[in-house]
Design a protein around this ligand. Structure first.
Ligand SMILES: Cc1cc2nc3c(=O)[nH]c(=O)nc-3n(C[C@H](O)[C@H](O)[C@H](O)COP(=O)(O)OP(=O)(O)OC[C@H]3O[C@@H](n4cnc5c(N)ncnc54)[C@H](O)[C@@H]3O)c2cc1C
Length: 212
């Protein structure tokens, strides 16, 4: 059994300073106001214009965008991610993946819970439960059942990879909900650093969202 930490990877290429992405929204948004004459090549007009859209709540304009992120999280977190109906998803399937195969190292992979200290009793209890689940999963496969049947004993901590594609408006809604204190700690473990990285790479769009 492999134990790994949760993580993410931004799959969409973002231009230098995120200016091309803002200019794309500006080009579309200025149609509303017929103010295309105010566009400047250096991206300054785009920064101001997109900020104005967000400040005014004219967020429909930032739907003309796309951002894909791959999350490496446990199945519990992925159940929460897929509740975001406006987004599109592609997820590692426990129906089709057979973790007894060589390409998976003949073992299951689980996500280390960020709230248990590796030296604590809680961690030891969790680890034993994972090892027991893995042993039963392999026993089921050995008995001849299919991966989609054996998966019924896989734990919530099973690692999954899930790619989410959504527009910036949906990502804004996502970050407001999923970086908040009320969100699950394992959700915040990945969303808070992701939001911070996006703020650095893509100005304006997420600037007003403060992770508590
Ligand atoms: C702290 C927390 C606790 C939660 N606890 C639970 C729980 O105990 N049980 C549970 O079942 N879920 C729970 N959820 C999930 C929650 O109910 C939502 O399903 C999830 O957060 C997705 O939010 P959303 O609808 O805003 O996102 P999306 O589905 O991505 O929707 C984005 C936005 O589009 C609009 N929209 C989408 N669909 C509609 C629609 N049909 N009608 C009108 N407007 C729409 C809304 O403005 C919405 O905010 C919890 C979420 C959080 C953050």
């Amino acid at each position: 059994m492999k134990i790994i930490k949760a993580g993410y990877e931004i799959l969409t290429a973002i231009s230098e300073g995120g200016i091309a992405e803002l200019q794309h929204i500006e080009k579309i948004g200025r149609v509303c106001y017929k103010s295309e004459d105010k566009i400047t090549e250096d991206g300054e007009s785009a920064r101001k214009f997109v900020k104005m859209l967000i400040d005014r709540g004219h967020e429909a304009m930032i739907e003309h965008s796309s951002l894909s992120v791959k999350f490496i999280v446990d199945r519990g977190v992925s159940h929460e991610l897929v509740r975001h109906r406006i987004a599109s998803f592609a997820q590692e399937s426990t129906r089709y993946c057979n973790y007894s195969k060589d390409k998976f190292g003949k073992e299951i992979t689980v996500i280390e819970p960020c709230f248990f200290s590796p030296l604590s009793d809680s961690y030891t209890f969790w680890k034993h439960a994972m090892e027991s689940a893995e042993a039963h999963y392999f026993s089921l496969l050995d008995s001849g059942v299919t991966p989609q049947e054996a998966r019924s004993v896989l734990p919530n901590s099973t690692k999954t990879e899930i790619t989410i594609t959504a527009n910036y408006r949906e990502w804004r809604n996502f970050f407001k909900l999923r970086t908040a204190k009320a969100a699950h700690p394992q959700m915040r473990e990945v969303t808070i650093p992701l939001l911070a990285e996006l703020k650095k790479k893509l100005p304006i769009i997420f600037d007003d969202i403060i992770a508590e």
